[in-house]
Design a protein around this ligand. Structure first.
Ligand code: RIB
Length: 307
């Protein structure tokens, strides 16, 4: 019936990574490690993470006709992602400039490049790909009009939509209304609540449970607030619940949220409820932080099961 467990619509970036002892302040220069280039981008990351876990996965994305684009095509192909929806040309491949500090935390600046040229027309042309998915998963490194078009296409076909609102922008009501779930980290939750004028976005100390409840009231069918090592808070019509985190030695957190969301989307598509899917996703995200890079760090299903 469904040719794909998961179809991801999103970005593909070359991640240019430098490890630093500390990040420079304004006007300051610091020296870092040798530069390492990894395959990344929130969309491609999700697709690779799901495929490596065993999901039949497709990706609609756009890269440039350049070496970075080929790096991404190779990484997706090696993981087993169906790349017939990987469009080429229009601008250079997106690039993410990433610094990673000694605690494994990252800071990222993205130059969208070809990601910004993924259009609603591309989504129209990919109608059969989206129609063949159990779940369509999106993020916000591509134009919002393109996200809205993909969400509308999926919703018309009765396909479940998972949206990771990263990096966050104000979301139209019709997009929010079909998210099941809307996935956000703490920064993204506070941002979306602030733009909605909800006082929960300003509260200090912040309560992720309050955030999840307030975000659910803004329209999505369900909400997941990710908390890194502290797990996640879930909200849907059955109430608000917390899923515990896993303590691991973090080497590099880059892309761990993408692995979490991909695993969550896959398991929801298989029929698990939000709590079951989030428990599995927490284990996948935890495994991903124990290795450097984004796509290279993602575990197989057997590695997750062995934890
Ligand atoms: O979520 C991590 C990803 O964000 C990186 O791979 C980088 O490309 C940016 O898109």
């Amino acid at each position: 019936m469904h040719a794909y467990d998961l179809v991801v619509v999103g970005s593909a970036n070359a991640d240019l990574v430098v490890r630093v002892d500390r990040r420079p302040g304004a006007g300051e220069t610091v020296l870092g490690s040798d530069l390492v280039t990894h395959a990344g981008g929130k969309g491609a990351n999700q697709a690779v993470a799901a495929a490596r876990l065993g999901a039949t996965t497709g990706l609609l994305a756009r890269v440039g006709e350049d070496a970075h684009g080929r790096l991404l095509a190779d990484s997706l192909g090696e993981a087993g992602v169906d790349t017939r929806g990987l469009l080429v040309g229009g601008a250079p491949t997106g690039v993410a400039l990433i610094t990673v500090d000694p605690s494994g935390n990252n800071s990222i600046v993205v130059s969208p490049g070809a990601n910004a040229r993924l259009t609603p027309e591309d989504v129209d042309r990919a109608g059969p790909l989206l129609a063949a998915a159990r779940v369509v998963s999106l993020q916000l490194e591509i134009p919002l009009v393109t996200v809205a078009a993909a969400v509308a296409t999926a919703a018309r076909g009765g396909t479940r939509v998972v949206l990771n609102a990263s990096p966050p922008v104000p979301l139209p009501a019709e997009v929010l209304a079909v998210c099941d779930p809307l996935v956000v980290n703490e920064h993204e939750a506070a941002f979306l609540l602030r733009v909605a004028g909800d006082p929960a976005g300003e509260e200090s100390p912040a309560s992720p449970e309050r955030w999840a409840e307030a975000l659910l009231a803004a329209g999505p069918r369900s909400v997941v607030v990710t908390l890194g090592a502290d797990g996640a808070v879930l909200a849907d019509e059955t109430g608000v619940a917390r899923v515990a985190g896993l303590r691991v030695e973090a080497v590099d957190t880059t892309g761990a949220g993408d692995a979490f969301t991909a695993a969550l989307a896959w398991r929801l598509g298989l029929g698990e409820n939000l709590t079951e899917a989030a428990r599995f996703a927490v284990r996948v995200g935890a495994a991903a932080v124990t290795r450097p890079g984004a796509q290279e760090s993602y575990p197989t299903f057997d590695e997750v099961a062995a934890r």
